[in-house]
Ligand binder design. Sequence first.
Ligand SMILES: [Zn+2]
Length: 182
Amino acid sequence: MDSYTVIQLGNPLLRMVSEPISEDLFGSEKLKKMESILFKILEEKQGLGLAAPQIAINKRAIVFGMKQHPIYTDLAPIPFTVLFNPSFEPLSDVIEEGYEGCLSVGQLRGKVPRYKTIGYRGYDANGNLIEREVSDLHARVVQHEFDHLDGVIFLDKVTDHSSLGFHEELIRSGALPSKKAD
Ligand SMILES: [Zn+2]
């Protein structure tokens, strides 16, 4: 079994622009394997999303999904999705700030402005088109993961630097809710 680890901020691989998946790979075992590795690590790390460059695969592939948010339990679930060669466009000019973290950035969190509503598209491992219009957390996750494919980390987009903090301290200060639901 291959072993993959999530590479951490400072590793230059996180700053590279990832290469598109060539069309003749759709339907291949290679892509199906990449998909299963990405989902496996997403589950192991209990992340919302993961981009291939985070496991040192320099390809335009992302996975994301959520059954139930650990804190905001009334949030709509996000279907577990793989997107090869993803793209997105904002569907309105509305931008919202929200806290983000990243499996490559340890416990640091910060507020990132993102489009509230986007349309995205990409392909599954068989080359089937996946196309959705989404809002809020679903839209945020896709924008965050998409950025990884261009070597962009959420920290680059934090405009209010005073929002930066470590997860536990932000919970202690009340900026972020505790994992224990009231
Ligand atoms: Zn990330």
